[in-house]
Design a protein around this ligand. Structure first.
Ligand SMILES: Nc1ncnc2c1ncn2[C@@H]1O[C@H](COP(=O)(O)OP(=O)(O)OP(=O)(O)O)[C@@H](O)[C@H]1O
Length: 207
């Protein structure tokens, strides 16, 4: 699904990625591991197409990407409800200004339920706790039903129940055929993954 060859990235003189080559399969959970600053977020950005880089990054033609960023990357004060945030996940499937179809609404409801957010669905994001907001962002990622699902430490600071819901939802995405790339520090998630990519100071150490 994803093919990276000799990817290098510099952030203002700092080598964040150093000649990383890796291929990532559909239908699998790939854990992206490594210490703080090892280059995980940068690699997700390269795959998502938002990070300038040297080298070749290719993905299967037509594959859509859903990118669940860390909640710190999203303004807390967005005047949107949980329902609206998750519904935004369907926008890529709609022509401009078309209302959501019944299927879209079912997928939104399914994604809200997958993260246990039913009771919070009509609440504005800025009234939620950090962990609840993070769950809403993951639900938005699920609602996209993308071929590639990228997650940047989605379970950081979440309670055990929410972590469990995320793990189940991600496993379901992989069974559906998506290539899931999950940046995480959680040893249990790394052990359970189909594949582990480990970065150390921008270099690939195992894959
Ligand atoms: N916008 C930026 N400007 C300058 N340097 C950056 C920028 N973003 C990242 N870096 C540097 O690039 C390196 C890789 O950072 P990256 O965020 O990819 O690491 P990470 O593995 O995701 O870390 P964490 O586990 O803390 O999320 C680090 O040395 C970091 O300081």
């Amino acid at each position: 699904m994803i093919e990276l060859q000799n990817i290098s990235v510099e952030h203002g003189g700092i080598r964040a990625l150093n000649s990383v080559s890796v291929s990532i399969a559909a239908g699998e959970i790939t854990a992206l591991a490594g210490q703080n600053g090892s280059g995980k977020s940068t690699l997700l950005g390269v795959i998502a197409g938002t990070q300038e880089h040297r080298g070749i990054a290719e993905r299967r033609a037509g594959a859509r990407i859903a990118f669940v960023v860390q909640r710190s990357a999203v303004p807390h004060s967005l005047p949107l409800t949980v329902h609206e945030v998750v519904s935004m996940g369907r926008w890529a499937h709609r022509a401009p200004w078309r209302p959501l179809t019944r299927t879209d609404r079912e997928i939104v409801a399914d994604s809200v339920a997958a993260l246990g957010l039913q009771a919070l669905e009509r609440r504005p994001l800025h009234e939620l706790s950090g962990g609840q907001r993070q769950r809403a962002l993951v639900a938005q990622g699920l609602a996209q039903r993308a071929e590639i699902l990228l997650l940047d430490e989605p379970a950081a600071a979440l309670d055990d129940e929410a972590r469990g819901l995320i793990d189940l939802a991600i496993a379901r995405e992989a069974r559906r055929g998506a290539a899931v790339v999950h940046a995480t520090h959680d040893a249990a998630v790394i052990v359970a993954a189909d594949r582990v990519i480990r970065l150390d100071a921008g270099r690939l150490v195992a894959s």
